[in-house]
Design a protein around this ligand. Structure first.
Ligand code: ZN
Length: 641
């Protein structure tokens, strides 16, 4: 910032930039292709003080942006050290122009009352998945990735806006892309135009753009202009041009929202749970995005009947639509499988805007899979309804406690109905005390006969290791077994609790005692490790009598239970306090790692819950997660015959 004035003056003197070779400020780095702050400086309030002036008016229709949640993603960042990476002919960086356009667009949107979040606010990078997660976890209405384009031909300069997949993937993506594109075309008035400026991201990569693929909300990506065009590169350095672009995007967004954002709400059953014995009729309320404004004639039909399309797991489903009250009913087929299903309700309003979030998840009563036969392999399928509910619980908790996506992993297996939900199941975390369960398994695996004749003092010590997480007890058994023997059990083809080919799993490579002896995991060099999937499998196999032998599994259950020892009332236990539950559990904490794993039974529930966290607020996450999941799994009321 300090060299601003000097550089600004220089750029006024040589508006054509690179054409005058010697025109470089004294503090410019030697190599322009490695420089930072490549834009002409502007005060932080550059856009804010101009909004509402005759040159940058706030259009009347922008008022409908109020309360709309918009997530902006300024592309790239933290890449100045990569020589000539995403730079124009004189070294102007795309990451910087993307960020300034995002700032100005935010100023405009906030002035109109929209809620705005940015995926980055500084010159830093984050992964495409992390950026999309900002929008997903916030439950944004709209997600816009801001970029500028590059090509080997310097004469090219035009606008394109990109949507994910094919046109049927998520029709609202086309609305967003179309309005953004129109806003840019109007603002820039470039002489060049492509025959079709709305493009599918699969034209570039067969899987599309990573950022759009990861977006779970209505999303588009703008390539507003080409920084490889020398004249455009110099314009892109200026705050005027950045504001012009932001204003074009803003105007497009304002017109889009003014045309109404249609939505769908499942009103019966409101939570998506079809109760046993009830008719399988779903009732939806449609919203054309306009009626609530109570404008003249808004009681007339604003939804095109012919556009309504209802799908159950992707297949067309018959429905009835009542214009009065905008009520849509659809009856599910009688032979539909129990468990979770996805219903999509699509339509367009009279301004041809599509439903922002057409997906609804429902749950049909009945057993999904036989829990006694259940296997939790790497291809195990999650239940659509349960998965959605757990994601929603997690989303709210992460927002409330400030956990980032990589700071937690969760797995839930509902044994009563054989339903599964998983979040990052194969991400390996430092395991803290959780791998003490591996010592227990290895103990019985290497001496299976002890299931029948376990000495009381050994059983008591194993109980202390599991239930109280007693370190001396754990070290006594792990030293007796030896670390290689424990690893061999974990990696054995019988259990595969640790699998190099699938990112690792459960690992126990250090005694829970002072000393240097280590057997680190082959993938990440961790002394203790755990994944959600392998912890779930441990409890599942114990429950099914498949750890060592039915007798040994039963004995391990007894050791988990150890009724003579008091539970440490933390994490899951704290969350389930006051509920009549039998809980077999192993938790762990070390520094910011807080984990809990448990088999929970009582009041019609039987489930395995595992959550691994790395956050100072991990304990709270585990506590609140356990309570919310236990509520979620309340048994359905009995059918009234
Ligand atoms: Zn880019």
């Amino acid at each position: 910032m300090k060299h601003t004035v000097c550089r600004t003056v220089l750029w006024i003197l040589c508006p054509l930039g690179g054409l005058l070779g010697g025109c470089v400020g004294p503090r410019e780095p030697q190599d322009p292709m490695l420089s930072v702050n490549t834009l002409l400086d502007a005060p932080a309030d550059y856009a804010r003080v101009r909004i509402g002036t005759p040159e940058w008016p706030m259009p009347a229709y922008a008022r409908y942006l109020e309360g709309v949640r918009i997530c902006l993603d300024p592309g790239h960042g933290g890449d100045a050290h990569k020589r000539a990476y995403k730079r124009g002919p004189t070294g102007v960086r795309e990451a910087e122009m993307n960020l300034r356009v995002a700032f100005y667009l935010r100023d405009l949107l906030e002035a109109a009352g929209a809620e705005v979040r940015l995926t980055r606010e500084a010159d830093v990078d984050s992964s495409l998945a992390e950026r999309a997660e900002v929008a997903n976890r916030w439950n944004a209405d709209l997600f816009i990735s801001l970029h500028h384009n590059a090509i080997g031909k310097p004469e090219v300069n035009r606008t394109s806006v990109w949507y994910h997949g094919d046109v049927d993937f998520r029709p609202s993506n086309l609305d967003l892309a179309r309005y953004l594109c129109q806003g840019l075309l109007h603002a820039f008035q470039f002489p060049q135009i492509s025959g079709d400026a709305l493009n599918s991201d699969t034209l570039m990569y067969s899987g599309g753009f990573g950022i759009l693929r990861a977006a779970d909300v209505t999303a588009a990506l703008c390539e507003s202009s080409f920084f490889t065009n020398p004249q455009e590169e110099q314009r892109l350095r200026t705050p005027e041009h950045n504001l012009l672009e932001a204003y074009g995007l803003f105007d497009g967004l304002a017109r889009y929202v003014y045309a109404g954002l249609p939505r769908v709400q499942l009103v019966e059953p409101a939570d998506g749970r079809v109760e046993p014995g009830r008719t399988k009729t779903l009732v939806f309320r449609l919203d054309d995005g306009l009626r609530s404004r109570k404008a003249w004639g808004s009681d007339r039909q604003g939804i095109l009947s012919s556009s309504i399309d209802v799908r159950l797991d992707g297949q067309p489903l018959a429905f009835d639509f009542q214009n009065k009250g905008y009520v849509l009913t659809a009856t599910l087929p009688a032979e539909l499988d129990p468990g979770g299903h996805r219903v999509d309700v699509q339509f367009v309003n009279k301004n041809k805007n599509s439903v922002l979030e057409p997906r609804v998840w429902i749950d049909l009563p009945g057993t999904v899979a036989d829990a006694s036969e259940y296997r939790l392999g790497y291809r195990a399928k999650t239940d659509p309804w349960l998965q959605r509910q757990v994601q929603e619980i997690d989303r709210v908790l992460c927002a409330h406690l400030g956990l980032a996506a990589e700071q937690r992993a969760v797995g839930l297996l509902d044994l009563t109905r054989g339903r599964l939900a998983l979040i990052r199941p194969d991400e390996m975390y430092y395991g803290a005390s959780v791998p003490k369960i591996a010592i227990l398994l290895a103990w019985f695996e290497t001496q299976p006969e002890s299931a029948e004749n376990l000495a009381p003092d050994v059983q008591e010590a194993l109980g202390r290791m599991i239930k109280l997480s007693d370190n001396p007890a754990a070290a006594r058994f792990s030293r007796q077994l030896g670390l290689p023997a424990i690893a061999e059990v974990l990696e054995s083809s019988r259990y595969r609790f640790y699998d190099k080919k699938h990112g690792g799993g459960l690992w126990m490579g250090k005694h829970y005692a002072p000393g240097d002896e280590r057997l680190r995991d082959p993938l990440r060099d961790l002394s203790h490790a755990a994944t959600v999937r392998q912890c779930l499998r441990f409890y599942l196999m114990m429950d099914q009598g498949r750890l060592v032998s039915p007798a040994a599994s039963a004995k391990m259950r007894d050791i988990f239970a150890s009724p003579e020892l008091d539970h440490v009332a933390s994490k899951f236990l704290k969350g389930l306090a006051g509920r009549d539950r039998t809980i077999l559990r192993k938790s762990g904490t070390w520094e910011d790692f807080h984990h809990d794993t448990a088999l929970v039974e009582g009041e019609g529930r039987r489930y395995i819950l595992v959550a691994l966290t790395q956050s100072p607020r991990g304990e709270e996450y585990l506590e609140e997660l356990a309570a919310a999941v236990d509520d979620l799994l309340a048994p359905a009321p009995a059918a009234d015959e």
